[in-house]
Design a protein around this ligand. Structure first.
Ligand SMILES: Nc1ncnc2c1ncn2[C@@H]1O[C@H](COP(=O)(O)OP(=O)(O)OP(=O)(O)O)[C@@H](O)[C@H]1O
Ligand SMILES: [Mg+2]
Length: 394
Protein backbone atom coordinates (compact mmCIF):
# COMPACT_ATOMS: atom_id res chain seq x y z
CA UNK A 1 0.00 0.00 0.00
CA UNK A 2 2.76 2.46 0.93
CA UNK A 3 3.56 4.74 -2.01
CA UNK A 4 0.24 3.99 -3.77
CA UNK A 5 -2.28 6.68 -4.60
CA UNK A 6 -5.88 5.88 -3.84
CA UNK A 7 -8.43 8.37 -5.10
CA UNK A 8 -6.49 11.58 -4.36
CA UNK A 9 -4.68 10.22 -1.31
CA UNK A 10 -1.03 9.15 -1.48
CA UNK A 11 -0.22 6.59 1.20
CA UNK A 12 2.86 7.60 3.17
CA UNK A 13 3.17 4.97 5.90
CA UNK A 14 1.24 2.48 8.00
CA UNK A 15 0.32 3.95 11.38
CA UNK A 16 -1.20 0.94 13.03
CA UNK A 17 -3.75 -1.79 12.96
CA UNK A 18 -6.65 -2.51 15.25
CA UNK A 19 -9.56 -4.89 15.44
CA UNK A 20 -11.27 -3.09 12.59
CA UNK A 21 -8.65 -2.58 9.95
CA UNK A 22 -5.46 -0.80 9.07
CA UNK A 23 -4.69 2.90 9.49
CA UNK A 24 -2.33 4.76 7.13
CA UNK A 25 -0.84 8.21 7.11
CA UNK A 26 -1.56 9.79 3.72
CA UNK A 27 -1.32 13.01 1.77
CA UNK A 28 -4.54 14.52 0.50
CA UNK A 29 -3.20 15.85 -2.81
CA UNK A 30 -6.31 17.95 -3.53
CA UNK A 31 -6.31 19.89 -0.29
CA UNK A 32 -2.60 19.44 0.25
CA UNK A 33 -2.77 18.26 3.83
CA UNK A 34 -1.80 15.17 5.82
CA UNK A 35 -4.65 12.86 6.78
CA UNK A 36 -5.16 9.39 8.24
CA UNK A 37 -7.04 6.71 6.30
CA UNK A 38 -8.71 3.82 8.05
CA UNK A 39 -9.61 0.88 5.82
CA UNK A 40 -12.38 -1.32 7.10
CA UNK A 41 -12.29 -5.06 6.48
CA UNK A 42 -14.36 -5.73 3.32
CA UNK A 43 -16.65 -8.27 5.00
CA UNK A 44 -17.92 -5.52 7.30
CA UNK A 45 -19.41 -3.42 4.57
CA UNK A 46 -20.38 -5.94 1.92
CA UNK A 47 -24.10 -5.56 1.62
CA UNK A 48 -25.86 -2.38 0.56
CA UNK A 49 -27.43 -2.27 4.02
CA UNK A 50 -23.98 -2.47 5.70
CA UNK A 51 -22.71 0.33 3.49
CA UNK A 52 -25.67 2.53 4.32
CA UNK A 53 -25.22 1.93 8.01
CA UNK A 54 -21.53 2.70 7.76
CA UNK A 55 -22.23 5.97 5.92
CA UNK A 56 -24.92 6.86 8.46
CA UNK A 57 -22.58 6.34 11.44
CA UNK A 58 -19.72 8.17 9.71
CA UNK A 59 -22.05 11.07 8.89
CA UNK A 60 -23.14 11.40 12.51
CA UNK A 61 -19.52 11.25 13.69
CA UNK A 62 -18.41 13.74 11.02
CA UNK A 63 -20.88 16.26 12.41
CA UNK A 64 -18.87 16.36 15.62
CA UNK A 65 -16.58 19.32 15.66
CA UNK A 66 -14.51 19.73 18.78
CA UNK A 67 -10.82 20.28 19.54
CA UNK A 68 -10.69 17.02 21.51
CA UNK A 69 -12.45 14.89 18.91
CA UNK A 70 -10.54 13.51 15.93
CA UNK A 71 -12.36 15.05 12.96
CA UNK A 72 -13.79 12.81 10.25
CA UNK A 73 -13.30 14.48 6.86
CA UNK A 74 -14.84 11.97 4.50
CA UNK A 75 -15.70 8.37 3.72
CA UNK A 76 -14.72 6.81 0.42
CA UNK A 77 -14.43 3.47 -1.34
CA UNK A 78 -11.54 1.77 -3.13
CA UNK A 79 -11.80 -1.67 -4.76
CA UNK A 80 -14.98 -2.13 -2.72
CA UNK A 81 -13.04 -1.36 0.46
CA UNK A 82 -14.62 1.39 2.49
CA UNK A 83 -12.28 3.81 4.17
CA UNK A 84 -12.56 6.76 6.48
CA UNK A 85 -10.54 9.90 5.89
CA UNK A 86 -9.79 11.61 9.16
CA UNK A 87 -7.60 14.16 10.81
CA UNK A 88 -4.03 12.92 11.22
CA UNK A 89 -3.00 13.09 14.86
CA UNK A 90 0.70 13.57 15.33
CA UNK A 91 1.09 11.89 18.69
CA UNK A 92 0.77 8.72 20.73
CA UNK A 93 -2.13 6.76 22.13
CA UNK A 94 -3.02 7.02 25.80
CA UNK A 95 -2.14 3.31 25.96
CA UNK A 96 1.44 4.11 24.87
CA UNK A 97 1.52 6.89 27.42
CA UNK A 98 0.40 4.68 30.30
CA UNK A 99 2.78 1.87 29.39
CA UNK A 100 5.70 4.28 29.20
CA UNK A 101 4.95 5.77 32.62
CA UNK A 102 7.63 4.85 35.15
CA UNK A 103 7.31 1.55 37.00
CA UNK A 104 6.45 1.89 40.66
CA UNK A 105 8.87 0.85 43.37
CA UNK A 106 7.57 -2.69 43.25
CA UNK A 107 8.29 -3.00 39.56
CA UNK A 108 4.66 -2.80 38.46
CA UNK A 109 3.38 -0.34 35.87
CA UNK A 110 2.90 3.00 37.59
CA UNK A 111 0.34 5.61 36.65
CA UNK A 112 0.42 9.19 35.42
CA UNK A 113 0.72 12.14 37.78
CA UNK A 114 -2.61 13.14 39.28
CA UNK A 115 -2.60 16.50 37.51
CA UNK A 116 -1.86 14.93 34.12
CA UNK A 117 -4.50 12.24 34.61
CA UNK A 118 -7.16 14.76 35.65
CA UNK A 119 -6.25 17.16 32.87
CA UNK A 120 -6.54 14.37 30.26
CA UNK A 121 -9.73 13.11 31.90
CA UNK A 122 -11.39 16.52 31.72
CA UNK A 123 -10.51 16.86 28.02
CA UNK A 124 -11.90 13.38 27.30
CA UNK A 125 -15.03 14.24 29.29
CA UNK A 126 -15.49 17.47 27.32
CA UNK A 127 -15.30 15.56 24.04
CA UNK A 128 -17.81 12.97 25.23
CA UNK A 129 -20.13 15.60 26.61
CA UNK A 130 -20.33 17.28 23.19
CA UNK A 131 -21.00 13.93 21.50
CA UNK A 132 -23.69 13.01 24.01
CA UNK A 133 -25.40 16.34 23.42
CA UNK A 134 -25.69 15.28 19.79
CA UNK A 135 -27.05 11.88 20.78
CA UNK A 136 -23.85 9.96 20.00
CA UNK A 137 -22.64 7.40 22.52
CA UNK A 138 -19.04 6.35 21.82
CA UNK A 139 -19.34 2.75 23.13
CA UNK A 140 -15.64 1.96 22.82
CA UNK A 141 -13.78 4.31 25.14
CA UNK A 142 -10.39 2.75 25.92
CA UNK A 143 -6.79 4.01 26.03
CA UNK A 144 -6.21 2.74 22.46
CA UNK A 145 -8.93 5.06 21.17
CA UNK A 146 -7.58 8.16 22.87
CA UNK A 147 -4.57 9.97 21.43
CA UNK A 148 -2.37 12.70 22.85
CA UNK A 149 -0.98 15.04 20.22
CA UNK A 150 2.42 16.70 20.14
CA UNK A 151 1.01 19.65 22.09
CA UNK A 152 -0.21 17.35 24.87
CA UNK A 153 -3.84 17.72 23.84
CA UNK A 154 -6.33 14.89 23.90
CA UNK A 155 -8.08 13.59 20.77
CA UNK A 156 -10.84 11.03 21.18
CA UNK A 157 -10.89 8.69 18.17
CA UNK A 158 -13.30 6.33 16.44
CA UNK A 159 -16.68 7.86 17.21
CA UNK A 160 -19.43 5.88 15.57
CA UNK A 161 -17.26 2.89 14.78
CA UNK A 162 -18.24 0.80 17.77
CA UNK A 163 -21.74 0.31 16.37
CA UNK A 164 -20.33 -1.17 13.20
CA UNK A 165 -17.82 -3.18 15.19
CA UNK A 166 -20.67 -4.51 17.33
CA UNK A 167 -22.02 -6.23 14.26
CA UNK A 168 -18.79 -8.22 14.02
CA UNK A 169 -19.71 -9.84 17.31
CA UNK A 170 -16.14 -9.33 18.45
CA UNK A 171 -16.96 -9.34 22.10
CA UNK A 172 -17.82 -12.99 21.91
CA UNK A 173 -14.36 -13.99 20.78
CA UNK A 174 -11.54 -14.55 23.23
CA UNK A 175 -9.29 -12.06 21.45
CA UNK A 176 -11.09 -9.02 22.74
CA UNK A 177 -10.25 -9.06 26.43
CA UNK A 178 -8.54 -5.69 25.80
CA UNK A 179 -11.80 -4.12 24.72
CA UNK A 180 -14.00 -6.05 27.15
CA UNK A 181 -12.00 -4.57 30.03
CA UNK A 182 -13.72 -1.23 29.41
CA UNK A 183 -17.23 -2.51 28.81
CA UNK A 184 -20.01 -1.46 31.15
CA UNK A 185 -22.16 -4.12 32.85
CA UNK A 186 -25.14 -3.18 30.67
CA UNK A 187 -22.95 -3.45 27.55
CA UNK A 188 -21.87 -6.95 28.54
CA UNK A 189 -25.48 -7.89 29.06
CA UNK A 190 -26.48 -6.52 25.68
CA UNK A 191 -28.68 -3.80 27.17
CA UNK A 192 -29.57 -0.37 25.85
CA UNK A 193 -26.63 1.98 26.05
CA UNK A 194 -26.68 5.65 26.85
CA UNK A 195 -24.22 8.29 28.04
CA UNK A 196 -23.80 6.47 31.34
CA UNK A 197 -22.16 3.51 29.62
CA UNK A 198 -19.43 5.84 28.32
CA UNK A 199 -19.15 7.23 31.87
CA UNK A 200 -18.37 3.69 33.09
CA UNK A 201 -15.66 3.12 30.45
CA UNK A 202 -14.26 6.56 31.19
CA UNK A 203 -14.09 5.59 34.90
CA UNK A 204 -12.08 2.49 33.96
CA UNK A 205 -9.69 4.63 31.89
CA UNK A 206 -9.27 7.20 34.67
CA UNK A 207 -8.57 4.44 37.21
CA UNK A 208 -5.94 3.04 34.85
CA UNK A 209 -4.38 6.45 34.19
CA UNK A 210 -3.91 6.88 37.94
CA UNK A 211 -2.76 3.40 38.86
CA UNK A 212 -1.30 1.91 35.67
CA UNK A 213 -3.66 -1.03 36.33
CA UNK A 214 -7.15 -1.78 35.10
CA UNK A 215 -9.76 -2.04 37.88
CA UNK A 216 -11.05 -5.35 36.52
CA UNK A 217 -8.33 -7.70 35.39
CA UNK A 218 -9.48 -11.24 34.76
CA UNK A 219 -7.03 -12.94 32.44
CA UNK A 220 -9.77 -14.84 30.68
CA UNK A 221 -12.88 -13.23 29.35
CA UNK A 222 -15.36 -15.12 31.60
CA UNK A 223 -13.39 -14.16 34.75
CA UNK A 224 -13.15 -10.56 33.58
CA UNK A 225 -16.85 -10.30 32.77
CA UNK A 226 -17.72 -11.84 36.13
CA UNK A 227 -15.62 -9.22 37.89
CA UNK A 228 -17.20 -6.35 35.94
CA UNK A 229 -20.68 -7.58 36.78
CA UNK A 230 -20.11 -8.54 40.42
CA UNK A 231 -16.96 -7.23 42.02
CA UNK A 232 -15.72 -3.87 43.25
CA UNK A 233 -12.42 -2.53 41.97
CA UNK A 234 -9.39 -2.86 44.26
CA UNK A 235 -8.98 0.23 46.45
CA UNK A 236 -6.66 2.70 44.75
CA UNK A 237 -4.39 2.90 47.80
CA UNK A 238 -3.25 -0.60 46.96
CA UNK A 239 -1.38 1.09 44.12
CA UNK A 240 -0.62 4.61 45.29
CA UNK A 241 -1.37 6.57 48.41
CA UNK A 242 -1.62 10.13 47.10
CA UNK A 243 -5.09 9.88 45.55
CA UNK A 244 -7.64 11.48 47.87
CA UNK A 245 -10.60 9.49 49.11
CA UNK A 246 -12.89 12.06 47.47
CA UNK A 247 -11.32 11.54 44.06
CA UNK A 248 -11.54 7.79 44.53
CA UNK A 249 -15.23 8.15 45.46
CA UNK A 250 -15.73 10.09 42.25
CA UNK A 251 -14.24 7.21 40.24
CA UNK A 252 -16.27 4.64 42.16
CA UNK A 253 -19.40 6.60 41.29
CA UNK A 254 -18.52 6.25 37.60
CA UNK A 255 -18.04 2.53 38.21
CA UNK A 256 -21.38 1.87 39.88
CA UNK A 257 -22.88 -1.30 38.42
CA UNK A 258 -26.30 0.36 38.13
CA UNK A 259 -26.34 3.16 35.53
CA UNK A 260 -28.78 5.13 37.72
CA UNK A 261 -26.22 5.28 40.51
CA UNK A 262 -23.53 6.81 38.25
CA UNK A 263 -23.08 10.42 37.25
CA UNK A 264 -25.87 11.31 34.87
CA UNK A 265 -23.75 13.42 32.53
CA UNK A 266 -20.18 14.34 31.72
CA UNK A 267 -20.93 17.90 32.75
CA UNK A 268 -21.32 16.75 36.35
CA UNK A 269 -18.20 14.57 36.01
CA UNK A 270 -16.19 17.60 34.84
CA UNK A 271 -17.50 19.74 37.69
CA UNK A 272 -16.30 17.18 40.22
CA UNK A 273 -12.95 16.48 38.55
CA UNK A 274 -12.05 20.15 38.47
CA UNK A 275 -11.91 20.07 42.26
CA UNK A 276 -8.92 17.74 42.17
CA UNK A 277 -6.59 19.68 39.91
CA UNK A 278 -3.54 20.71 41.89
CA UNK A 279 -4.75 18.79 44.91
CA UNK A 280 -1.93 17.50 47.03
CA UNK A 281 -2.62 14.58 49.27
CA UNK A 282 0.01 13.48 51.69
CA UNK A 283 0.25 9.76 52.32
CA UNK A 284 -3.08 8.58 53.60
CA UNK A 285 -2.21 5.64 55.80
CA UNK A 286 0.66 3.90 54.14
CA UNK A 287 2.41 2.11 56.93
CA UNK A 288 -0.56 1.10 59.02
CA UNK A 289 -2.37 -0.74 56.25
CA UNK A 290 -0.48 -4.06 56.24
CA UNK A 291 -0.71 -4.25 60.02
CA UNK A 292 -4.49 -4.28 59.83
CA UNK A 293 -4.14 -7.85 58.65
CA UNK A 294 -1.86 -8.82 61.49
CA UNK A 295 0.48 -11.68 60.79
CA UNK A 296 -1.25 -13.71 58.14
CA UNK A 297 -0.14 -15.98 55.34
CA UNK A 298 -1.54 -18.10 52.52
CA UNK A 299 0.49 -20.95 51.07
CA UNK A 300 -0.16 -21.77 47.44
CA UNK A 301 0.81 -24.73 45.31
CA UNK A 302 4.47 -24.99 44.52
CA UNK A 303 5.58 -25.10 40.94
CA UNK A 304 6.98 -28.26 39.45
CA UNK A 305 10.23 -27.45 37.65
CA UNK A 306 11.57 -30.99 37.66
CA UNK A 307 10.51 -31.43 34.06
CA UNK A 308 8.62 -34.60 35.06
CA UNK A 309 4.85 -34.71 35.10
CA UNK A 310 5.06 -37.61 37.56
CA UNK A 311 6.23 -35.19 40.25
CA UNK A 312 3.20 -32.93 39.86
CA UNK A 313 1.51 -34.34 42.98
CA UNK A 314 4.23 -32.70 45.06
CA UNK A 315 2.93 -29.22 44.09
CA UNK A 316 -0.03 -29.46 46.44
CA UNK A 317 1.77 -31.84 48.79
CA UNK A 318 4.48 -29.35 49.71
CA UNK A 319 1.92 -26.55 50.08
CA UNK A 320 -0.13 -28.72 52.42
CA UNK A 321 2.88 -29.61 54.55
CA UNK A 322 4.00 -25.99 54.79
CA UNK A 323 0.43 -24.92 55.66
CA UNK A 324 0.23 -27.46 58.47
CA UNK A 325 3.65 -26.47 59.81
CA UNK A 326 2.89 -22.75 59.72
CA UNK A 327 -0.44 -23.33 61.47
CA UNK A 328 1.52 -24.40 64.53
CA UNK A 329 2.64 -20.81 65.05
CA UNK A 330 -0.10 -19.43 67.27
CA UNK A 331 0.43 -15.75 66.41
CA UNK A 332 0.07 -16.46 62.69
CA UNK A 333 -3.21 -16.66 60.79
CA UNK A 334 -2.84 -19.27 58.05
CA UNK A 335 -5.47 -19.45 55.32
CA UNK A 336 -6.96 -22.92 55.05
CA UNK A 337 -5.98 -25.16 52.16
CA UNK A 338 -9.61 -25.30 51.08
CA UNK A 339 -9.85 -21.53 50.65
CA UNK A 340 -6.55 -21.41 48.77
CA UNK A 341 -7.70 -24.14 46.40
CA UNK A 342 -10.89 -22.20 45.66
CA UNK A 343 -8.81 -19.15 44.74
CA UNK A 344 -6.46 -21.21 42.62
CA UNK A 345 -9.31 -22.84 40.71
CA UNK A 346 -9.66 -19.85 38.38
CA UNK A 347 -6.03 -20.14 37.29
CA UNK A 348 -5.99 -23.85 36.54
CA UNK A 349 -3.24 -25.19 34.25
CA UNK A 350 -1.28 -21.99 34.30
CA UNK A 351 2.02 -20.81 35.64
CA UNK A 352 0.99 -18.04 38.01
CA UNK A 353 2.41 -14.59 37.44
CA UNK A 354 3.50 -12.44 40.38
CA UNK A 355 0.47 -10.26 39.74
CA UNK A 356 -1.87 -13.25 40.02
CA UNK A 357 -0.22 -14.38 43.25
CA UNK A 358 -0.69 -10.88 44.64
CA UNK A 359 -4.34 -10.90 43.55
CA UNK A 360 -4.93 -14.16 45.40
CA UNK A 361 -3.28 -12.68 48.49
CA UNK A 362 -5.41 -9.56 48.29
CA UNK A 363 -8.56 -11.65 48.00
CA UNK A 364 -7.57 -13.69 51.03
CA UNK A 365 -6.65 -10.50 52.84
CA UNK A 366 -3.28 -11.78 53.98
CA UNK A 367 -0.05 -10.01 54.62
CA UNK A 368 2.19 -12.69 53.13
CA UNK A 369 2.03 -15.31 50.42
CA UNK A 370 4.35 -18.29 50.51
CA UNK A 371 5.04 -20.28 47.39
CA UNK A 372 7.92 -21.62 45.43
CA UNK A 373 9.19 -24.20 43.03
CA UNK A 374 10.79 -27.61 43.40
CA UNK A 375 13.26 -29.57 41.36
CA UNK A 376 15.02 -32.89 41.66
CA UNK A 377 18.09 -32.33 43.77
CA UNK A 378 19.48 -33.58 47.01
CA UNK A 379 18.31 -30.38 48.70
CA UNK A 380 14.71 -29.23 48.82
CA UNK A 381 13.14 -26.26 47.08
CA UNK A 382 13.42 -22.58 46.46
CA UNK A 383 10.69 -20.59 48.13
CA UNK A 384 9.42 -17.07 47.53
CA UNK A 385 7.28 -14.86 49.71
CA UNK A 386 5.04 -12.02 48.73
CA UNK A 387 3.37 -9.30 50.66
CA UNK A 388 0.09 -8.55 48.87
CA UNK A 389 -0.44 -5.37 50.84
CA UNK A 390 2.79 -3.84 49.62
CA UNK A 391 2.85 -5.99 46.48
CA UNK A 392 6.44 -6.89 47.09
CA UNK A 393 7.93 -10.12 45.91
CA UNK A 394 11.02 -11.02 47.89
N1 LIG B 1 -6.23 9.64 13.03
C1 LIG B 1 -5.10 9.04 13.38
N2 LIG B 1 -3.94 9.72 13.39
C2 LIG B 1 -2.78 9.12 13.74
N3 LIG B 1 -2.69 7.83 14.13
C3 LIG B 1 -3.82 7.10 14.15
C4 LIG B 1 -5.08 7.66 13.80
N4 LIG B 1 -6.03 6.70 13.93
C5 LIG B 1 -5.39 5.60 14.37
N5 LIG B 1 -4.07 5.83 14.51
C6 LIG B 1 -3.03 4.86 14.93
O1 LIG B 1 -3.40 3.60 14.43
C7 LIG B 1 -3.47 2.66 15.48
C8 LIG B 1 -4.58 1.68 15.19
O2 LIG B 1 -5.83 2.31 15.34
P1 LIG B 1 -7.18 1.47 15.33
O3 LIG B 1 -8.30 2.38 15.68
O4 LIG B 1 -7.27 0.76 14.02
O5 LIG B 1 -6.90 0.39 16.43
P2 LIG B 1 -7.39 0.24 17.93
O6 LIG B 1 -7.95 1.53 18.41
O7 LIG B 1 -6.26 -0.36 18.69
O8 LIG B 1 -8.51 -0.84 17.80
P3 LIG B 1 -10.05 -0.65 17.42
O9 LIG B 1 -10.18 -1.29 16.06
O10 LIG B 1 -10.74 -1.37 18.48
O11 LIG B 1 -10.34 0.82 17.38
C9 LIG B 1 -3.68 3.48 16.73
O12 LIG B 1 -3.16 2.82 17.82
C10 LIG B 1 -2.91 4.75 16.42
O13 LIG B 1 -1.56 4.56 16.76
MG1 LIG C 1 -9.28 2.72 17.45
Amino acid sequence: MVGKTISHYTIIEKLGEGGMGVVYKARDTKLDRTVALKFLPPHLTQSEEDKQRFTREAKAAAALNHPHICTIHNVDEHDSNQFIVMEYVDGVTLRDNITSSPLDKWGLQGGLSIDTAISYAIQIAEALSVAHDKGIVHRDIKPENIMIDSKDRIKVMDFGLAKIKGSMNLTRSGSTVGTARYMSPEQIQGGELDARSDIWSFGVVLYEMLTGQAPFQGDYEPALLYQILNESPSPIDRYRDDVSEELEKCILRMLEKEPDARYDSFQSVIKDLQKYIGEEVSSKKPESKPDQNGMSVAVIDFQNITGHGDDEWLAGGIAETVTVDLSKISSLRVVSREKVLKSLAQYSDEKLSDRQVINIGQKQNVRWMAWGAYQKMEVGFVSRHTSPMSRRVI
